[in-house]
Ligand binder design. Sequence first.
Ligand SMILES: *Cc1c(COP(=O)(O)O)cnc(C)c1O
Length: 373
Amino acid sequence: MVKDDLLMIPGPVKLHERIIKAMSSQMISHRSRDFEEVFEYCKNAIKPLFGTSGDIAIISGSGTAGMEAAVASFSKVRKITVVDNGKFGERFAKIGAKYTEVDHLRFEWGNSIDLEKVEESLANGSEAIAFVHNETSTGILNPASEIARIARKYNALVIMDGITSVGGDEVKMDEWEIDVAVVGSQKCIGAPPGLAAVAINERAWEFYSESVPYYLDLKAYVKKAESNQTPYTPAVPLFLAFAEALRIIEEEGIENRVERHRKFARATRVWAESAGLELFPALNEHSSYSNTVTAIKMPDGVADKDLRGTLREEYGITISGGQEHLKGKIFRIGHMGNVTKRDLVATLSAIEDILSRKNVVKPALHAAMEELG
Ligand SMILES: *Cc1c(COP(=O)(O)O)cnc(C)c1O
């Protein structure tokens, strides 16, 4: 591994120097005042990123631990509707099936959600709905507030995977009436992987199940969070890094951060389209392109290794490919976290260079630069 390799994937993201320094320190007791101060800061600083004043649980585990904690803890439902238009929606369905009956609403990956199907499913006796806000696998932003509005009509619990939106795009959990939302540390927040935060509003507890898994019982986390601790030994170095990442966000300001993510996403899309490449998501009037990751169709005649392999070997830049059946069909550029204009311009120009050798792109950097200002 080269030390200055540039990670432009949708998590884990490149770490800010301050975050690397923050976690390389001597251990502190997780029952000490020192840790409680770190926890308290994290707990409070993350609320504005979710747009909530509700409870916060922080689990030592990846984003999926947060998804499972949310579904399992609030599984006192006869049936849950799961919206699947990508890999992470599918994951929610698999998790849901472990705990209750699932109405698995499948849409082709890359396509938008049909809200009429969502309503039909809820009218059909579902008592909860789980969906992914920003579907990282396809680069699509699903209509969170519209989904929640429909769910409200049926008094259904609303669980949202905000793993690649919270900290990078606008999330207004309380205003949108999302009951439970999840984020992972290694995406837009810009910390290393290994922590998941779950935000929970008051109403969610009506759906609290008594038969929850032991480690992922959100009630235990929320109870301990009152005294700024965790129920079990937390990943202390990650908490130190997480706190520093949240300080960096506070310094930038969440509105500025969202605006930066949107600008980078716009620049990436303008570049791709000017280059003659095609964006992958098929939008409808309710969906939009992701502001944190851009998915682009692989041009005909270009193999995944031609692009991503050469990019890594020649330039030390890593981007993502497609997952499952999308392998080789799309490539994805993560532009989330503390990514800089330099990182993005380097990535787009290197991709343009490699693809121009195959005569499948036109020069388009000027268009991206205009967007970046
Ligand atoms: C990355 C990601 C996950 C999974 O998180 P892990 O940290 O890998 O467990 C879930 N949902 C979305 C939308 C993601 O981008």
